[in-house]
Design a protein around this ligand. Structure first.
Ligand code: PA5
Ligand code: MN
Length: 195
């Protein structure tokens, strides 16, 4: 955590190296950590048993203060790739408080998948210059549907909190898969069987 005063100095996004400075947190998530979030864990095992453990996504985050009224700002990169037919994606979560969030596409192609508490889903196709909005109370996950890195800027209230439990248990109602080289939104069988 840093003081609000330091946030008054410039926060920079390097659009060549895709770095954000300053950042209070940098996190890298590899396949071994995310394996059970994919619909085909056997496909994940096959990649892992070949000796590879690819980075699925990483992010820089600058939380000014985790207190009401402040914002957390960040930059997420999702690498291109698939586990079986499912594209590389973030873990996904709900906020503990009814806090909104927005994403601003910087590079590549992807999808913001959002889901209400009662299981209704919507999605926004993100590309450079497009903003995706997560309403308060909606769960959210981002998916790289392109061939290169998918990079976006995000902002949300610092005291929102993260709940990863529901997503870990049953995933989202929809998933995005590669169907003959194109992204397709389909029902997630694991979600349907758990409700
Ligand atoms: O708050 C957000 O939605 C983003 O900052 C995400 O945390 C980031 O993209 C990583 O996703 P996740 O927190 O689901 O691992
Ligand atoms: Mn969030």
């Amino acid at each position: 955590m840093v003081s609000a005063e330091s946030a008054l100095k410039a926060i920079t996004l390097d659009l060549k190296k895709y770095l954000m400075k300053p950042a209070t947190r940098k996190r890298e998530v590899r396949l071994s950590e995310l394996k059970e979030y994919f619909s085909n864990p056997e496909a994940a095992d096959k990649i892992l048993s070949s000796g590879r453990d690819p980075t699925i996504y990483e992010y820089y985050e600058f939380a000014v203060e985790e207190a009401a009224g402040h914002l957390s700002l960040g930059l997420t990169t999702i690498y291109p790739g698939k586990v079986g037919k499912e594209y590389f994606m973030t873990r996904g979560h709900f906020h503990l408080k009814p806090a909104a969030e927005f994403y601003y596409g910087i590079r590549g192609r992807g999808v913001l998948l959002i889901q209400s508490e009662d299981g209704r889903t919507e999605y926004v196709e993100l590309k450079p210059g497009v903003i995706g909005y997560v309403p308060p109370g909606w769960g959210h996950r981002t998916i790289n549907t392109g061939r290169g890195r998918f990079i976006f800027f995000f902002a949300y209230p610092s005291d929102a909190g993260h709940d990863y439990g529901i997503v870990k248990e049953k995933g989202f109602a929809k998933m995005i898969v590669d169907e003959r080289g194109k992204p397709k939104v389909i029902d997630n069988p694991r979600y349907a069987s758990s409700t």
